[in-house]
Design a protein around this ligand. Structure first.
Ligand SMILES: Nc1ncnc2c1ncn2[C@@H]1O[C@H](COP(=O)(O)OP(=O)(O)O)[C@@H](O)[C@H]1O
Ligand SMILES: [Mg+2]
Length: 455
């Protein structure tokens, strides 16, 4: 159904391991929560409705992978996913961002996701139809035609159809891909959007207004001269859109939001106030955000432009550093709705070493690839990597602990000269060793004042 039934908790953890070092508890917890959603959907009868998601709070210092876990999770599961910053709802006057807007956005994403899946299913048929439309244009009896049917022939029909067959074959084999053709295509809707901001849910209205206006201006088609290969793609998209039934898509999408949707609320600690200060101010607005969140987490019905969405079974994952405040500083009703708390750990020198080298997107791999573009082959000796990790841990200790983010600042400082000098003029092999790392970083790292600004 809506979620990949093959994704066991173990496999989810393994996937996350490709990108995130350590944090085994957090990975296990989110993996179980995800699998539970699928398990719940296998439950028959009334009981299914009774099984509530076990919402999670990820706690841990900054830069240890909280957001990263959420980000990777969203790529992993075929479930509508949205990440919001709790603090964005504290803005004065709300600036048109009511809490329910995240459910609307989630519904939009779900519709987009399901529509794409449906379109993929009709791909083959859409391609065929697109080719027929291309043939219509290519064989049209207008002066701009690419090919004239033989006028002398008494049997125009059969000539045309045999020419058509021939060209259909050629199209299929892609032999005409580079020829140009003029086609009529729908204007794409990625053109700048007219946004109307207003109180409570007016973004939606803005969207509708925009759709109305584009309806009013009438013709949404324009002629374009493009390569046949591109024309085929454009027409295929149009045909696919016509082949799918949007009612079915919408229905499925809403069902998927309700049963599989995931909302990640980042920085929830920032709206947890140490209460009992009284007297209005930011605390009131923070608590206000929690009060607004509560109905969504407890289960409410939100009106979206696709239809009503019940939030009872949406999974909420919240995260925060909880340095100043504690989960117990959240309003009690909200605390109760986040029964699972996982602590994420501070990263050590050894973690940094692994983060630099192991993940699929490891920083060292990124810089290696970047410099490849300049014909430079940049390698680090093992000692050099250790030295970088050591420096990161030290600066985190002495200045401020910003976790793995420190690696980014250190790497840019370390490689700045190289990144500036390389111009692709000649192929180079560069091997950086521990001494070099030390000489480039030590003078800065050992000066606390200096490293505050640079590292
Ligand atoms: N455990 C980890 N493994 C790999 N990379 C990490 C880890 N923790 C943090 N990072 C990297 O550090 C950066 C910040 O991490 P992030 O998840 O945004 O921190 P936070 O915990 O504050 O949300 C990201 O680039 C991320 O890839
Ligand atoms: Mg974060």
């Amino acid at each position: 159904m809506s979620m990949d039934s093959n994704l066991t908790p173990r496999m989810i953890v393994e996937e996350l391991d490709n990108y995130i070092i350590g944090q085994a508890d957090a990975k296990r917890t989110v993996a179980i929560a995800l699998r539970n959603r699928w398990r719940r959907q296998q439950v028959k009868g009334d009981l299914q409705d009774e099984i509530l998601p076990s919402n999670i709070i990820l706690m841990g210092p900054t830069g240890v992978g909280k957001t990263e876990i959420a980000r990777r999770l969203s790529n992993l599961v075929e479930a509508p996913f949205i990440k919001v910053e709790a603090t964005k709802f504290t803005e004065v006057g709300y600036v048109g961002r009511d809490v329910e807007s995240m459910i609307r956005e989630l519904a939009d994403r779900s519709v987009r996701m399901v529509r794409q899946e449906h379109e993929e299913k009709v791909q083959e048929r859409a391609k065929e139809l697109a080719r027929e439309r291309l043939l219509d244009v290519m064989l049209s009896p207008e002066p701009t035609q690419e090919l004239k049917p033989d006028e002398d022939s008494s049997d125009t029909d059969s000539t045309e159809s045999s020419t058509r067959t021939k060209f259909r074959e050629k199209l299929k084999e892609g032999r005409l891909a580079n020829r140009e053709i003029e086609i009529d295509v729908k204007k794409d809707h990625s053109s700048p959007m007219l946004k109307v901001f207003g109180p409570l849910g007016m973004e939606e209205m803005g969207m509708n207004l925009q759709e109305m206006m584009s309806g009013l201006t009438g013709k949404q088609r324009k002629k374009r001269r493009v390569k046949i290969s591109e024309a085929e793609e454009l027409l295929c998209k149009e045909e696919a859109a016509k082949l799918i039934d949007m009612d079915t898509v919408t229905k499925e999408a809403l069902k998927r939001v309700e049963n599989a949707g995931i909302v990640f609320i980042d920085e929830i600690d920032k709206v947890a106030s140490r209460s009992a200060k009284g007297g209005g101010g930011p605390d009131v607005s923070r608590e206000g955000v929690q009060r607004d969140l509560l109905p969504l987490v407890e289960g409410a019905t939100v009106t979206t432009k696709h239809g009503m969405v019940r939030t009872d079974h949406i999974l909420f994952v919240a995260s925060g550093a909880f340095h100043v405040s504690k989960p117990s500083d959240l309003i009690p009703e909200l605390q109760g709705r986040f029964p699972i708390r996982v602590e994420m750990h501070s990263l050590t020198e050894n973690d940094f070493y692994l983060i630099l080298t192991q993940p699929k997107n490891a920083l060292l791999k990124q810089y290696h690839a970047l410099l490849k573009a300049e014909n430079v082959n940049l390698e680090f000796t093992d000692d050099a990597v250790l030295q970088i990790a050591r420096t990161a841990a030290r600066v985190n200790d002495e200045v401020e602990n910003i976790g793995a983010r420190r690696l980014h600042t250190i790497m840019t400082t370390l490689l700045e000269d190289l990144l500036f000098e390389c111009d692709g003029s000649e192929p180079k092999d560069i091997s950086m060793d521990a001494d070099e790392v030390q000489s480039r970083l030590d003078s800065i790292a050992s000066n606390k004042d200096l490293s505050q600004y640079i590292l």
